[in-house]
Every structure is written in structure tokens, then in C-alpha cells.
Ligand binder design. Structure first.
Ligand code: ZN
Length: 167
């Protein structure tokens, strides 16, 4: 991304010049601009152009800021929703199974999606379940069968309770 930035900046400034020319190009007499002496530059016409350029910059800034705001998914959620969304994992102490999920909202009702189970009984990062159990054959969690629907219901019940208490 860092390497792409100078290119983007050049592309963007080129785009601005293009837009500027497209919008005001016809109304500017470039031959006249080229022929005026420096002293004449501080003329009413020039100050009028400065005003137009400023207006153009302000407009572009507003469009940029609005786009940034809507593209930033984080600001899509309210403060309370963001807090509840942080409850997105739990470890079952009996089995050492780690559950991870994402919290979303159906209007004002929280629900979870992307529920994944991981076995934490092995070295390295938690190992994701394949199907309903741990993929390591001699692991205790290989012999169990997690019921995803029941786990989901359990987590969502907890989530709804937290949500109600936050209100
Ligand atoms: Zn395991």
C-alpha cells in the first residue's frame, strides 16, 4: 500500500486537473492568462478564479470525507453495539474448545455468524475443527461431536442477555 501511495497521489492530482479543466476550462481564456503581466495577476478576474479554486477544493474535500465515512465499516455501529461486538470468543473450560464468532444486528437484536470452534490442546495457534470435531485423531476432542445449533443458541442467549442489561 505504501508503495502505491505516491502513484495514487499523482493519479489523483491528475484527476483533479482533468476535473478542473472539464468544469472551468472553457470559461478560462488560457491565452489571456499566459499573456498577462505579473502585476495584472492581482486583478478582479484572478481573485475570482482563486475563489473558484477554493470552492472546488472544499467540494472535493467534502466528497472525500463523506466517502471515507461511509466506507469505514467501524462507524456503522453505535458505541453500545461496538462494545457488545467485543464479546466474540469464549473458551469452554471443560473441553478447552475455543469458540469464535462475529456479532451482528438484526435491527436491534444481536445475532452471531461465522461461528468457528478451535481445539487449544495442541501446540501452536488454536486448531480449527474440521466438521464437528478436532482433526487430530488421538485428541479427546476428536471423539466429540459439537452441535453447532446448540452452541449458537447458547452464545446468542448470553449475547441477548448482555444486550438487554446494557440498555
Ligand atoms: Zn484437539
Amino acid at each position: 500500500m505504501k508503495k502505491a501511495l505516491p502513484f495514487l497521489a499523482v493519479a489523483f492530482s491528475g484527476f483533479l486537473v482533468y476535473l478542473f479543466d472539464k468544469i472551468w476550462g472553457d470559461s478560462i481564456n488560457w491565452e489571456k492568462v499566459k499573456s498577462v503581466k505579473i502585476g495584472d495577476w492581482i486583478s478582479t478576474e484572478f481573485s475570482f478564479r482563486v475563489y473558484e479554486v477554493l470552492l472546488f477544493i472544499i467540494l472535493v474535500s467534502i466528497i472525500y470525507l463523506l466517502g471515507k465515512k461511509y466506507l469505514n465499516r467501524d462507524s456503522y455501529y453505535s458505541k453500545k453495539q461496538k462494545k457488545l461486538r467485543q464479546f466474540n470468543n469464549v473458551i469452554d473450560n471443560k473441553t478447552n474448545i475455543l469458540f469464535r464468532w462475529g456479532v451482528y444486528f438484526d435491527y436491534d437484536k444481536p445475532f452471531i455468524a461465522d461461528l468457528d470452534a478451535f481445539c487449544t490442546k495442541h501446540e501452536g495457534p488454536p486448531l480449527r475443527f474440521v466438521g464437528r470435531n478436532c482433526p487430530i485423531r488421538d485428541c479427546e476432542n476428536h471423539r466429540i461431536n459439537i452441535d453447532e445449533y446448540m452452541v449458537k443458541n447458547h452464545i446468542e442467549s448470553d449475547l441477548i442477555d448482555r444486550w438487554e442489561k446494557m440498555k
